[in-house]
Design a protein around this ligand. Structure first.
Ligand code: FAD
Length: 423
């Protein structure tokens, strides 16, 4: 792919951004036969800038995707199964909703998914990318020039990449999005989120507990150690600033007062980092030889574990669209391929962003009718197991067909063996 004389690099797709969504996209594209260059600072460099304390609860389709990309086996020792999700209304409202418990076993599943530290996930994906991709360039993209037949990327190390499609997985301040002339809609909620971890004296038993309260939520998520959970604390900006400033024992005391006896005594709080809570939606998912992937396209509040799962579905769907085009000898960056990508992703993205936004707003409001409606929905879910199962299925899978690399291996094998009925 590299012309040694000129130092120029030529690819079908240049993936910009070595975050989890970008690396997964590069691996998926290469797995399906595209010539890919992955550009972005290496994970260690990013971790220097701000401690990455987040974990990601990955749903079953994301796990199936990681299996197909041959990274899952390395992740297993670091993954905690998520068997039960408990939602508790800890507000002071007179119209408190009933507690609700979702069990993976009700769907015949061992787990809804697995919780993994972002650092481990990204480093493992990056290692795999360095093993299998011909071009992994640990630098930034400084400039992008788009024209009718190709895109040209100028990198921080002076390299030039000529490519037919740019996969913009470069996060919230995406240069790819700007270069393609794609605008954004944003929404700030005056909330922040702290991601950290803590030890507790009662075992978590694979249960994630979400305590919803006025202006935010406190969510514990199991880690591979039965007595350690990761924590996402969403609250008003002012409260988050106070919680970040306080010392470890004061933070543990505050957490204890929120969690009560849910996990026994709380101790050994890990490093804390805070993240802005907001919504961002790109006005177009793809335009001008550029397809957006992950947080470059959509950001949502960290409730319901949807963000990266959605980004991984973008990655897998883009790989399908590009592979189909290359298989027919078509240009992978042409408008028809970009349109196919938008069609494949728009309903899933819209339903998740709107759903998470509504849930977050329902937690922010003091309006009795909204609180009563939430209570009624949760009471209905408690009383009606089929409805509860339906909600769990919707939470796990997108409203459209899963991309090919996210279908369970068994389903893939059946498809391969099935007689070819098409013309
Ligand atoms: C507290 C919290 C908890 C969360 N928990 C979950 C969860 O349980 N489950 C879930 O599914 N999601 C969760 N999320 C969301 C999830 O963390 C994000 O969706 C995910 O990390 C975004 O990945 P990304 O690859 O899209 O973007 P990023 O991780 O932001 O990656 C973008 C990459 O682009 C690179 N980049 C930027 N500019 C350039 C440039 N010019 N050139 C080259 N590279 C560039 C950056 O260095 C970076 O590596 C959570 C989020 C928060 C805040």
């Amino acid at each position: 792919m590299t012309d040694l004389k000129t130092g120029e690099l030529h690819s079908d797709v240049a993936v910009v951004g070595a975050g989890p969504a970008g690396i997964a996209a590069a691996l998926a594209l290469a797995h399906l036969g595209a010539k890919v260059a992955l550009v972005g600072p290496a994970p260690a460099k990013i971790a220097d800038a701000r401690p990455e304390t987040r974990t990601a609860a990955l749903l079953t389709s994301s796990v199936d995707f990681l299996k197909r990309l041959d990274v899952w086996d390395s992740l297993v020792p670091h993954a905690a199964s998520l068997k039960v999700v408990r939602i508790v209304d800890a507000s002071r409202s007179l119209l408190r909703s009933p507690d609700i418990t979702f069990r993976a076993s009700e769907l015949g599943l061992e787990a809804f998914g697995y919780n993994i530290a972002n650092t481990v996930l990204v480093e493992t994906l990056y290692e795999r990318a360095r093993e299998v991709l011909p071009s992994v360039l640990p630098t930034t993209v400084n400039e992008i020039t788009l024209n009718q037949s190709e895109a040209q990327l100028e990198l921080g190390d002076g390299t030039h990449i000529f490519t037919r499609l740019v996969a913009g997985a470069d996060g919230r301040k995406s240069v790819c999005r700007t270069a393609a002339g794609i605008g954004i809609d944003t929404h700030l909620y005056d909330q922040g989120a702290i991601a950290t971890s803590f030890r507790h004296t009662l075992p978590h038993e694979g249960t994630s507990t979400e305590l919803h309260r006025e202006l935010g939520s406190v969510t514990s998520v199991p880690t591979p150690d039965a007595f350690t959970s990761s924590l996402i604390w969403v609250a008003s900006m002012a409260e988050i600033e106070e919680l970040i400033a306080c010392n470890d024992s004061d933070f543990a005391a505050q957490l204890q007062s929120r969690l009560g006896d849910v996990l026994g005594n709380v101790s050994d709080v890990g490093a804390r980092a805070n993240f802005p809570v907001g919504g961002l939606s790109a006005k177009q998912l793809a335009h001008n030889r550029t397809a957006l992937v992950g947080e470059a396209a959509h950001i949502m509040p960290p409730i319901g574990a949807q963000g990266l799962n959605l980004g991984l579905r973008d990655a897998a769907a883009l790989a399908d669209c590009v592979a189909a085009a290359l298989g027919r000898g078509h240009d992978p960056g042409c408008q028809a391929v970009l349109n196919a990508y938008v069609r494949a992703r728009k309903l899933d993205i819209l339903s998740r962003t709107v759903g998470v936004d509504l849930l977050n707003r329902s937690l922010l409001t003091n309006l009795p009718p909204v609180q009563a409606a939430r209570g009624l929905v949760l009471a209905g879910l408690n009383a009606l197991p089929p409805l509860r199962r339906m909600v769990m299925r919707v939470g796990l899978a997108p409203p459209a067909a899963l991309p090919s690399l996210m279908r369970p291996m068994a389903e893939q094998a059946n498809l391969a063996q099935a007689p070819h009925l098409g013309a």
